[in-house]
Design a binder for this molecule. Structure first.
Ligand code: SF4
Length: 625
């Protein structure tokens, strides 16, 4: 709860809304014990007294009733009705939505067509019709406002539930023998509650306005009972001669609705899991850069990453995801970056083109030079012109990176059109050619397919075709074969290798699989806790690993045809990068660790060809070189 409040108050407008609303709520809760005049006692001798008159801080209305007293009692009523209507609409709407979304088929059709019929009426007319049928009165106004808002909640929750109902955790619950009721209550409901809360927080203000509107028309609260809408309605005739009678309730409505809406936006952001992890703002177009020093250019390679440091600032915690990584990539070369999940390999690659989400990501040091030009901190138009053109990405899951609603041919054509001024027909022709290049059979027909109509291997080929669309110099492939079965994986790797040889592409290949590195990469860099711990030609590193971590990683790979052997899993877990141990980060898991390993920073030492960050390496890299 305290973390939620901290996130909420980091958004200043939401904090201001929360404070204003809290003051109003406290005032209306204390209204019965405050020394106020009775709200309904008339005194025609004191009609339309101005604010700050004696005994009447906000003046009086057309019947001489004290406006401050009526305002507080009226606000109490309006807030109670607004909140009650929101809760009724949210509970009923969510129940309808979750049932329709979960059961689907005929039940969904029947329920949602009923909802559509309700939505077909202008909601204010529908509310008026309901009050006309039930008769004027505050309770009937509440029912009307709740009823017209049920479809909004039902549609929202049904949409979310349809997505959730097909997920594996629901299948697992079915397999565990849970009935529909328990699945709805214990599996689906907890997942939709945040959406319900967010929808409520952004609609309560609107419902208070709707209730005030009905009271303004004389269909809500009835005289002499005051609510904000009826106070405005009664002040209508004296709007010119005694404007304070309408300004007072009008200003209160404005304050309530503004504060609830600001607070609602803040609640939505604080409950958003993407924003929970960082600051309360949407990711920027490029990664934030706060470098104190830029290393001098070395003039090496097509891509030269030098002492790169990328951190995630979450509250007071600093996660050093990439901590001084240096790598070079030559034209036509394939460099593998390997390591366990969380070792910083993907963040290294994403930092190059400013694709780490900021906030919370910040590049705090180093440089990444493409043909000698530093990309860290480059202006957005420059980055945009390079992304997908000179430096392209292949992501792990093509289903989530391809747009589900566009045909793959159109998406490939768009990738070409966004960097080259060619006609749509030419771009489409080239898109078909690209699909042929990545060996998709019947490419012309496949170009008209949607991503969901293709198999996983086909989609990944489309992802590769998209990366090749503008004949880039560098492809960064982030675990592109992890989600594929081994035969498709082998085909994709062979394809990438052929393309590299044919086109002179440089490939930065991120993986956790030494088998893939052995098949595709000329050189390999092993990462652990945000740092490179070993680097060298792939064959040498695989045959003769120098760092104990590399040796343990290789020992974890099962070998076909080598008989039964115990799998040598690495004990323990990688360290949290916001709390790294002194000295070697691998020391707690290393069976060769000595006190010297924990004494201080250990440099990446060796030759140009082969380097290792260890004071007791498995092999002498300088002797090997
Ligand atoms: S420096 Fe020490 S603890 Fe670290 S890997 Fe080498 S031997 Fe193990």
């Amino acid at each position: 709860m305290s973390a939620f409040l901290k996130l909420l108050f980091r958004n200043r407008l939401a904090g201001a809304g929360a404070v204003v609303l809290a003051i109003i709520v406290v005032l209306v809760l204390l209204t019965p014990v405050l020394p106020l005049q009775p709200p309904n006692v008339t005194d025609t001798a004191d009609r339309f007294l101005r604010p700050f008159s004696e005994g009447h801080l906000l003046g009086t209305d057309h019947l001489g009733r004290d406006l401050l007293s009526r305002l507080l009692w009226g606000t109490r009523l309006s807030l109670a009705v607004g909140f009650a209507a929101a809760i009724v609409a949210a509970v009923l709407g969510a129940a309808v939505g979750i049932i329709a979304g979960y059961f689907g088929g005929r039940i969904d059709n029947t329920i949602m067509r009923g909802i559509d019929m309700l939505m077909a009426f202008p909601y204010i007319l529908l509310a008026l019709a309901i009050v006309a049928a039930l008769g004027p009165g505050l309770m009937n106004a509440l029912i009307a406002v709740a009823a017209v808002n049920i479809p909004f909640f039902a549609r929202n929750i049904r949409g979310i539930t349809v997505g959730l109902a097909g997920k594996e955790f629901v299948d697992a619950a079915r397999l565990a023998g849970l009935g529909h009721g328990r699945i709805l209550l214990f599996e689906l409901l907890p997942n939709v509650v945040p959406v319900i809360v967010i929808a409520m927080s952004t609609t309560i203000g609107w419902m208070i306005l709707e209730t005030a509107g009905l009271s303004f028309l004389g269909l809500g609260s009835q005289p002499p009972q005051a609510d904000l809408g009826s106070m405005l309605g009664e002040a209508r005739s004296a709007m010119i001669t005694a404007p304070h009678t309408s300004v007072v309730p009008g200003a209160m409505i404005l304050l309530i609705v503004m504060s609830i809406n600001l607070l609602g936006d803040g609640v939505r952001d604080a409950l958003d899991p993407r924003l929970k992890s960082g600051a309360l703002s949407r990711p920027m177009a490029a990664t934030l850069v706060e470098r104190e020093r830029v290393p001098e250019a070395r003039g090496e390679g097509l891509l030269d990453i030098q002492e790169l440091q990328t951190q995630f600032h979450v509250g007071r915690r600093i996660y050093r995801a990439v901590d001084g990584v240096s790598l070079t990539l030559e034209p036509g070369e394939s460099l593998g970056i390997i390591g366990e999940s969380g070792s910083g390999k993907s963040v290294t690659a994403l930092s190059v083109m400013g694709l780490v989400a900021s906030p919370p990501g910040v590049i705090t040091g180093g440089a990444a030079r493409y043909k000698g030009q530093d990309l860290i901190g480059a202006k957005y138009p420059r980055l945009r012109s390079l992304r997908g053109d000179r430096i392209a990405y292949i992501f792990q899951d093509p289903l989530s990176t391809l747009h589900p609603l566009y045909r793959v041919g159109d998406q490939l054509a768009e990738a070409i059109l966004s960097h080259h001024s060619v006609s749509k027909a030419e771009a489409m022709q080239r898109a078909v050619g690209l699909l042929e290049d990545v060996r998709i059979p019947n490419a012309e027909n496949r170009a008209r397919a949607y991503p969901h109509e293709l198999s996983g291997g086909m989609r990944q080929r489309v992802g590769i075709a998209m990366a090749l669309a503008n004949e880039p110099d560098i492809i960064i492939a982030d675990e592109p074969t992890t989600a594929l079965d081994v035969t498709v994986q082998a085909q994709i790797l062979a394809l990438l290798d052929d393309l590299r040889r044919d086109r002179g592409l440089a490939i930065l290949f991120i993986t956790h699989d030494f088998g893939v590195v052995g098949q595709l990469c000329d050189r390999v860099a092993v990462m652990y806790a945000g740092r490179i711990v070993e680097e060298g030609p792939t064959a040498e590193v695989l045959d003769d690993p120098a760092h104990p971590y590399t040796a343990r990683l290789i020992a974890c790979v099962p070998e076909l045809g080598q008989g039964r052997r115990e799998m040598a899993a690495i004990p323990g877990l990688p360290p949290a990068v916001d709390n790294l141990p002194e000295g070697c980060a691998f020391a707690p898991r290393c069976d060769k660790a000595t006190p010297a390993c924990r004494a201080g920073d250990i440099p990446l030492a060796g030759t140009e060809r082969r380097r290792v960050r260890c004071i007791h390496p498995e092999t002498d890299v300088e002797a090997v070189a």
